[in-house]
Design a protein around this ligand. Sequence first.
Ligand code: RFL
Ligand code: PHB
Length: 389
Amino acid sequence: MRAQVAIIGGGPSGLLLAQLLMAQGIDAVVLECQTKEHVLSRIRAGVLEQGLVEIMRNLGVADRLDTEGMIHNGTVLSYDNDQVRLDFTEHAGKPVIVYGQTEVTRDLYDLREQTSGQTFFECEEVHPQDLKSDAPFVTFRQYGKDFRLECDYVAGCDGFHGVSRQCIPENVRTEYEKIYPFGWLGVLSETPPAHHELIYSNSARGFALCSQRNSNLSRYYIQCDLTDSVDQWSDEAFWDELKRRIPEEVADTMVTGPSVEKSIAPLRSFVCEPMQWGRMFLCGDAAHIVPPTGAKGLNSAAADVHYLSEGLINHYNNNDSRGLEGYSQKALERMWKTERFSWWMTNLLHRFPDQSTFDQKMQRAELEFLAENQLAVAVLAQNYVGLPY
Ligand code: RFL
Ligand code: PHB
């Protein structure tokens, strides 16, 4: 079996890349270790930058996104009994779109099937090989049968726990990591959103976030201990705790209901350098992780895919390999700025176990500065809506 590009991972990075290449006549095969149903059952990101929306439009797969996606011109930061509303459109010239990652992935799988793109699900023992040679290949097993996929290039789009990054020898790879001393407990519920915009809340009891998916589907998060388990949190305990952490008038009017999904995610900042090894390129969570506070994980995966697809298209269609050669450096330059923003938002809004009263005063001073300084708001807004590609 042969393809020009072997893509490991059928999450948003892998699917976006596959479809961008396919649209330019470059053939890519996707290898996914899970079932499609499993990939589509993961509840993850909800906030899309314009860059990702444009990619979806260019692929001709944004009809549902354009009708069902909600335009958010701003967001609210709340702290103690105070609030500041940040206007993205005023300060950064564009809004963000609220549309679930699950829906993005569903739309991309639909397109992949319409365009007869080849995807192997439930692949086991996926091994990229000979990545430093001119003839790399990937071996894998599906339903007891062994396969060998020969290719020109391998794209490692297999997330944080994938195999691709591990193929870069340890003496070449540098990993930068910060683990935060808390997690996010998330709940999805079929209830109307508590507020028309997202509310990020710094409270004495810890961080909380009111987000949404549509007019009858809400997504909420509260900061929790790393040792907590989902079973410990009944729906009632979750709603009680959330209400204590958000503005009183929102808590008093919000509609609660049974959770349809509940999960805990640890918070981590992580970057792997370089993002290329021989003929393999890493994209998205395979190369970097951000804490979700800045809503940047999926969006930075899309930025990587943009750079890599451009590099591959120029290589194949214009005989120009400069984009491929410069991919790692270009993607990393943008990514470190995104890491900084996500780390800063996380530090601004969470309670840390070793935080002193001085540290808390610093958070409050920073939030008050945002409430009165338009330049500070502009810096946050420009980062939140997404840095240019
Ligand atoms: P994914 O989505 O992890 O997909 C990788 C795919 O690779 C498969 N795989 C393999 N396939 C073959 N062989 C192997 N050996 C394999 N190993 C793994 C996996 O099954 C999977 O299908 O990575 P990708 O495509 O890079 O996409 C990244 C995003 O999923 C991630 O960054 C975001 O979800 C992060 N994120 C958010 N990002 C945003 O931009 N905005 C948000 O609002 C936002 N909120 C969030 C988030 C992530 C969260 N969690 C749970 C970590 C909220 C949360 C709670
Ligand atoms: C979400 O809706 O899942 C979401 C929104 C904003 C974030 C993180 C997650 O910063």
